[in-house]
Design a protein around this ligand. Sequence first.
Ligand SMILES: NC(=O)c1ccc[n+]([C@@H]2O[C@H](COP(=O)([O-])OP(=O)(O)OC[C@H]3O[C@@H](n4cnc5c(N)ncnc54)[C@H](OP(=O)(O)O)[C@@H]3O)[C@@H](O)[C@H]2O)c1
Length: 294
Amino acid sequence: MVSELGFGCASWWGKPAFDERTAVGLVHEAIERGVTLFDTGASYSAGEAEPRLGRALRGHDTSGLVIATKAGTFHAGRGRIGRDMRPAAIVASAERSLRHLGVEALGLLQLHGPAIGELDEAMFEALAGLKARGLVRAVGLNSFDPEVVEHAIGLPGIDVVMVDYNVLRPEREALIARAAAAGKGVLAGMPLAMGHTRPLLSRLRGPQDLWYVARALAKHRDELARGRRFRFLHRLPGMTGAQAALAYVLANPHVRAAGFGANRPQHLRENLAAADLALPPEVMTAIHAAQGAT
Ligand SMILES: NC(=O)c1ccc[n+]([C@@H]2O[C@H](COP(=O)([O-])OP(=O)(O)OC[C@H]3O[C@@H](n4cnc5c(N)ncnc54)[C@H](OP(=O)(O)O)[C@@H]3O)[C@@H](O)[C@H]2O)c1
């Protein structure tokens, strides 16, 4: 059981260049406001996200929280992400994550982008071993490859799948429904569509925004182009574009939770308020029309 909205401890949030007090304060405020899911990864923020989350959690009662992390990728230096999906590496990564996070057990350990062939007997023996030792409570995978998620739906050793689902990704809906019908917990990764529905320049309000804009230009030009059709989300009465994006994802009854990133306290508050917002039917219709046109 987790809160509908989880806090993503990734990207700029984990970088040493981002003020530690603000980053830690965001986690504390999220906990105070009822967030119980914190999602991070061994390779996130050049390996800095997990230790930072660990510092934020120090001294807190974490028994009611689900601390989710990912294994199979690691920071390989100079901003590069390495990959090691061998079962022994997954076990070692989980053990390292526990030390970084300062918790006795991981609420969820997700394989970070495994190939179908890597989801073999040896992998599930290793994952079952982590569960048997009480180090991991649930096992999942995070993949943006629908074939991998489809395969995982049939695997009894997988409890949870994290899928890239947002207004730009309606094609994930059938997959999500099948995963939920098979009893998998479905987490939506990137529910804000990384902000790609907003005009790029309107995001530039401070130096940290440059990092996200540079990432968008380097890696997500397709989404930026498709996001143009959803600009109307930022002109709705009664809710912001980010809230509309989150409300869309949470309106899917098969999604258990959605994890967003935020580096400004007002964004955290705004996003958490989306859990109580329903999209008016005409907005849903407009979203479907924009999706059909992409
Ligand atoms: N990015 C990926 O490739 C990826 C992959 C797998 C999973 N995920 C999951 O998604 C989580 C978050 O990912 P992420 O940090 O890369 O990106 P994200 O949540 O998609 O986006 C964070 C960006 O959105 C902005 N934002 C947040 N709330 C806003 C609001 N209310 N109004 C306007 N802007 C707002 C943030 O701005 P401020 O800095 O101003 O708050 C920041 O620029 C991760 O922890 C993970 O769980 C992401």
